[in-house]
Design a protein around this ligand. Structure first.
Ligand code: RAM
Length: 335
């Protein structure tokens, strides 16, 4: 009896050792890399999930990760954090940019000192970073939002967009693609009447929702391509006389939207897994700071549980297509 037991123990130990060495050699990154995540704002639940994914990736490859950033989604508020990270000689900065251009000089300064810069979620102009880890194809997100709202509105009526900040690179790009999609003849009876900005601030987004309903009495839908905006709009509408009359859709986290789907305020919305977005960005930063990649199109790197990923045009890496959530599948998701 002793022998087989000892045998099993050895086998288990070998398996464990193989697992450890495989994990270490999978990405084969430098150990002890200092990588800092700078979200759009630290108190946004979406950004928190993404940052946690980044920290998990950094831990996997033996780096030292941290998250620093402002409590408002402003570009000037991010500058002081970038400057401090430069002084601290981080190996990489992973940032969700609150403006496409305003941060570029500071990020250029970081790169000039050998710090690798990765944008994720919201990009800068390409000269401000070496890589952009995008949640999904921007054109697909924008067109997809119009396709979804059109379906929910029955193909006709007025709708408004409740966005994040006026300078948010990601929302502005998605809105541009929404407007492009709206040019198609099948949307001839749909009209985008207003783009409002809730600044990814819950209270402001709530008040903007109220303002839209007052200003546009015939409004049939609000599309909020921001997790903060959609949750605030749904909360306002769920306890107003517009419930059941005005469609609320956009991009939201299943955990924030679940109650509104269950109470009938929201029929369907979309998103990707923010944790995977941060995780992918963490690995991209690790690969860059280890000299495995330089940011050129066609280079590949190991992204842990997400497998091998390849850099596309203009240093962009795409996580994957979004998911549409509704009453039939929302309980399969927990983020
Ligand atoms: C908000 C932020 C973020 C965006 C999501 C969908 O949390 O604006 O940048 O990607 O919504």
């Amino acid at each position: 009896m002793f022998k087989p037991l000892r045998h099993t123990g050895t086998a288990a130990l070998c398996a464990a050792l193989i697992a450890i060495s495989c994990a270490a050699s999978a990405a084969d990154l430098k150990s002890g890399l200092k990588i800092a995540f700078v979200p759009k704002q630290i108190n946004n639940p979406y950004e928190v999930i993404a940052d946690d994914g980044g920290l998990a990736a950094i831990k996997e490859f033996g780096g030292v990760g941290k998250v620093v950033g402002p409590s408002d989604a402003g570009a000037s508020s991010q500058v002081q954090y970038i400057n401090t990270l430069i002084t601290q000689r981080q190996d990489a900065i992973v940032i969700a940019a609150n403006d496409a251009n305003a941060l570029v000089p500071y990020l250029k300064k970081a790169m000039g000192q050998g710090i690798k810069v990765v944008t994720f979620d919201s990009d800068t102009a390409p000269e401000g970073r070496q890589l952009f880890v995008n949640q999904a194809n921007a054109e697909g997100i924008g067109r997809g939002q119009v396709q979804l709202v059109s379906k929910l509105m029955g193909g006709e009526g007025e709708f408004a967009v409740l966005s994040a900040t006026p300078n948010a690179t990601n929302q502005n790009t998605w809105i541009k693609w929404m407007q492009e999609e709206l040019k198609k003849p099948e949307y001839a009876k749909i009209k985008l009447v207003k783009i409002a900005y809730g600044n990814d601030d819950d209270q402001k987004s709530f008040v903007e929702t109220q303002g839209l309903l007052q200003a546009y009495p015939n409004l049939k839908a609000i599309v909020a391509p921001t997790t903060v905006g959609i949750a605030a709009a749904a909360r306002y509408i769920s306890s107003s006389s517009s419930k059941g009359k005005v469609v609320v859709t956009g991009l939201g986290t299943p955990n924030q939207m679940r109650a509104f789907v269950k109470n009938g305020t929201v029929k369907a919305f979309q998103l990707w897994d923010p944790n995977q977005l941060g995780y992918l960005a963490g690995y991209a930063a690790g690969a860059l700071a280890s000299g495995k990649i330089t940011g050129k199109e066609g280079e590949s790197f190991d992204a842990g549980k997400l497998g091998k990923r390849t850099i596309g045009p203009q240093g962009e890496i795409i996580l994957g297509p979004p998911t549409t959530f509704d009453a039939s599948n929302i309980d399969n998701f927990n983020f």
